[in-house]
Design a protein around this ligand. Sequence first.
Ligand code: WQD
Length: 332
Amino acid sequence: MKILVTGATGYIGSHTVVELLNNNYDVVGIDDFSNSKKEVVDKIKEITKKDFKFYEGNVCCKQTLNKIFDENKIDAVIHFAGYKAVGESVSKPLMYYRNNIDSTLTLLETMNEHNVKKIAFSSSATVYGKPEKLPIKEDFPLSTTNPYGTTKLVIEGILRDLYKSDNSWSIAILRYFNPIGAHESGLIGENPNDIPNNLMPYIVKVANKELDCLNVFGNDYDTIDGTGVRDYIHVVDLANGHVKALEKILKETGCDAYNLGTGRGYSVLELVNTFSKVNNVDVNYKIVGRRPGDIGACFADTSYALDKLGFKTTKGIEEMCRDSYNFVKKSK
Ligand code: WQD
């Protein structure tokens, strides 16, 4: 089976390519390196000792996509490519709508023209907005508070309308909670070049003395210690969730959404303290005001993904913290 992976050198894309190769799928990757590095292609080959075809290009380019589908008999697509910084999306909405939606429409049109109708789409728990209760189930109301989240919601709607128009499609919408960690080899992981928006990359840079102090955004939420609670999922578990979703769309038609999380929430301070303990390193922090748009607590109900995909996470918060730091130490 040959799988096209868009965003193949990105944080989640690269870990998913590793797990696909480990599961004996053939992979064709595409990435424009707008938020990743070219060297990740070789790192994936080093980890898996396997080769795979790679095309440098942008998914918005129909000519590039036609070339890929003409040159390769693609059985299914896993679509990661897209911009994903919440803050940046607020200041540059047109760039986000154009890139994330245009690339997806171009991909779906090209798939349709080549009679490839199986896709797993990288969505996000951000589509749940501020949940009324916890844990979050897939049938909860959907709403978004930023352009990035809205692109995910719009694309989910496009996929559902596509399936309604043609029931021969097989579509899995995967709603990620908070991916952290890295492959145990330390060869691939998340290491943003600029100041990180997300918590774990920021913790890692403070521990690594690249930044001097973590700002903890608020300790007056209704949570165990007042700081924000999130459902952190190891990126390798997340990658294996994609393998499970792929098995589903290769087997049957349909269109459905699945939470990919652990079902367990951890607060900011719990994560900081766990990170310090397992890596034996200090993480300077100070409590500051809440970040606008943040919600207090968010974690997944994982029962539907277990029931329908047979997906369950295996890695705990300690392993997530250890692997996150191991990657950055190895990258030095
Ligand atoms: C986690 C917690 C912050 C940074 C976002 C996107 C979501 C997904 C994951 C793409 C919160 C706190 C953070 C810091 C802090 N991205 N925090 N100091 O906001 O849950 O989700 O990233 O799909 O779509 O919305 O993740 O890592 O930014 O924040 O105190 O410097 O850490 O307040 O409680 P978030 P995050």
